[in-house]
Design a protein around this ligand. Sequence first.
Ligand SMILES: Nc1ncnc2c1ncn2[C@@H]1O[C@H](COP(=O)(O)OP(=O)(O)OP(=O)(O)O)[C@@H](O)[C@H]1O
Ligand SMILES: Nc1ncnc2c1ncn2[C@@H]1O[C@H](COP(=O)(O)OP(=O)(O)OP(=O)(O)O)[C@@H](O)[C@H]1O
Ligand SMILES: [Mg+2]
Ligand SMILES: [Mg+2]
Lengths: 258, 258
Amino acid sequence: MTTIAVINQKGGVGKTTTAVNLGAGLARIGKKVLLIDFDPQANLTSHLEPETGDGRLSTYDLLRSRKALSDVVRPTSEANLFLVPSSADLAGVELELAAEIGRETILRDQLARAWVAGARFDYVLVDCPPSLGLLAINALVAADEALVPIQAEFFALQGISRFVEVQGLVQSRLNGALRLAGIVICLWRGQANLSREVREEVQNVFGDVLYETVIRQNVKLAEAPSAARTIFAHAPDSNGAADYAALTQEFLRRHDDA
Amino acid sequence: MTTIAVINQKGGVGKTTTAVNLGAGLARIGKKVLLIDFDPQANLTSHLEPETGDGRLSTYDLLRSRKALSDVVRPTSEANLFLVPSSADLAGVELELAAEIGRETILRDQLARAWVAGARFDYVLVDCPPSLGLLAINALVAADEALVPIQAEFFALQGISRFVEVQGLVQSRLNGALRLAGIVICLWRGQANLSREVREEVQNVFGDVLYETVIRQNVKLAEAPSAARTIFAHAPDSNGAADYAALTQEFLRRHDDA
Ligand SMILES: Nc1ncnc2c1ncn2[C@@H]1O[C@H](COP(=O)(O)OP(=O)(O)OP(=O)(O)O)[C@@H](O)[C@H]1O
Ligand SMILES: Nc1ncnc2c1ncn2[C@@H]1O[C@H](COP(=O)(O)OP(=O)(O)OP(=O)(O)O)[C@@H](O)[C@H]1O
Ligand SMILES: [Mg+2]
Ligand SMILES: [Mg+2]
């Protein structure tokens, strides 16, 4: 069971789109995948489950009322792909947990408890909100690795270096095993020198942590959430489906799991 | 002195790009404009002031050490355009202020103090982080109005309705004068039915709160930050400059200030 935090405090870079479509890519080839929506915006949840009826259990219950993972996990329309949905009350968790002892390790402990109880997922992907607050720290403490989607634009470099600082603190104080395993360029428009310059700069600094696969900007990816489908179900012949299929293959190679 | 929160918890929709370029548009026609960077990512600050030397005062000092506005305000390369820069330590403010009495009204009180001391800006634009935490609430409490940049994509509608809930709470409990004065579509690619559907839906629900001016996706806008310039200085003949000039005009008409 490999736990991956899909994280970047920069907003709108493709975190949710990557969590859903990489998760779906892995599920379609038979891996058992759990997606955890850790964002109070609940974009991942509304992408996969448009008909939200209140009253069902969510990430909030996992963290605050310590419900077991098996109580909050739900199937999705894709085989092998499971979801812990989010809700708006997750927004209050940062302040509610501020004074709690061990507030940063709750997700890690809940996943460990689930493992002991027999939960067996090949991969757990945690879709993080665009910040480095308590929710993001919980995800980094629980994770084996961080996967950082970026947009190849000016603010990307400054954002990654800030992320690496925080990741370093988490690694030295709370989770020694955590590593920055991948950076993925999303929303690639490639037409500007700026994009190429940023890509080269990231390659220089991070070497082969940068995935070779680049996710091109593709309107089908922006449409898929309104159809409540993954890109593979919504537009199997699109650039978006091709790019996320390639990403899935590269991901598996990097995890010696091809 | 009209204070405007440029806000949307959805990430990457054009908040910072709008704060900088609308601010610059207003400054170029002679309005005195203050930009306050309320995001720990400090994207607005690095857009206007690439050479950051640590040690200068910032938004953090305004909120935590209650330095006067006049101590933290800095000029920019554009006439009439001033900046309160951000820094990474702003990220800690949400937890540091959690137990402070009146924690949500600090910015409002600091701007009121500055007014009494003689500060005279025509417009104050507060660039908010992609969340609805304590920093965003401070901005809404201090603001006369909210300006919400959106991307015409699936997650926009759900995001706005969540924002309106929070704005309603702030209005009823802390700032009766607050109004949702404008919604601006940014990163318009217009080629997909989805974009037109979202635009129509927002028009139906919010009527003329939706600005007529639409900011088209334009690579010059993404390049301007790396040149540390506003769009007007970086690419005056671009679609980006034309759109932000049109937005500035519409903004002034809506404020009876043309
Ligand atoms: N490769 C792509 N091509 C076209 N549109 C995309 C692509 N990737 C993401 N999008 C769209 O861009 C917007 C931002 O993407 P997404 O919501 O996945 O980013 P995020 O990093 O999760 O945002 P947030 O920081 O708000 O959580 C969404 O409307 C999404 O549908
Ligand atoms: N109209 C546009 N055309 C092309 N690129 C744009 C446009 N508006 C913004 N951008 C680029 O898109 C990215 C996101 O924009 P911006 O940073 O302004 O959004 P934001 O809402 O402030 O993000 P965050 O939620 O992280 O604060 C940036 O790289 C920016 O340069
Ligand atoms: Mg997201
Ligand atoms: Mg911003």
